[in-house]
Design a protein around this ligand. Structure first.
Ligand code: SF4
Ligand code: SF4
Length: 191
């Protein structure tokens, strides 16, 4: 008979949050527990060199209930949701959806964001879409630089894009711009 209070697995020896995996599964619509760490996802990820954990490593953190480590890792922000890993996973786990869920949880819970510049960039892209229904790249770049103070970073690329007329000076709105408001601020049900 199992003695109460004694750890049954090595995971029980690590301070962990037993509800974390369930929360990640609910938000992502995936089952983190299916991952058996074959590392196929890590082999195909084009950005693995910039990540602190490989993609399956983040799933491992979720399996172990290591909430802080998962929500504060750089991998969830470096991931660009290219879906290369999701397509190759033998268990058909949508890893990109799990990364997305973890980003949402990190922001909602006020976790320390490992790549704050990337979060600011996400915010500026969304701001542009909400305002125009499409991205206005020049405004995104300028607002991003205003927020981060990194005025001279990638300046050469920006100038080249301007010279090749890849950056529109003035923004243009899509026809159904009024509907964008409903997407960003959905009316409450029953109202
Ligand atoms: S490819 Fe799928 S099963 Fe394999 S390690 Fe990655 S997430 Fe886990
Ligand atoms: S979706 Fe994210 S984790 Fe998966 S291969 Fe692309 S960048 Fe890497």
């Amino acid at each position: 008979m199992e003695k109460k209070g004694l750890p049954t697995t090595v995971v029980d020896l690590i301070p962990h949050d037993s509800s974390f995996q369930r929360e990640v599964n609910e938000l992502s619509g995936e089952n983190v527990g299916l991952c058996f760490h074959c590392r196929t996802c890590a082999g195909g990820c084009p950005y693995i060199g910039a990540m602190d954990y490989p993609p399956h490593g983040v799933l491992r953190l979720a399996q172990f209930g290591l909430r802080k480590e998962a929500l504060e890792c750089s991998t969830i922000w470096i991931c660009v949701a290219c879906n290369t890993c999701s397509i190759q996973c033998p268990m058909a786990i949508d890893i990109a959806a799990i990364m997305d869920a973890l980003r949402h949880m990190a922001v909602a819970e006020g976790a320390k964001v490992a790549e704050p510049g990337i979060l600011e960039f996400h915010r500026e892209v969304l701001h542009s879409i909400e305002r125009y229904g499409r991205t206005h790249k020049l405004e995104i770049m300028l607002r991003y630089k205003l927020r981060t103070g990194q005025w001279f970073q990638d300046m050469d690329i920006g100038l080249k894009m301007l010279a090749k007329r890849k950056l529109d000076l003035m923004p243009s709105r899509v026809k159904g711009i009024a509907e964008m408001g409903d997407i960003f601020h959905p009316p409450e049900k029953g109202v």
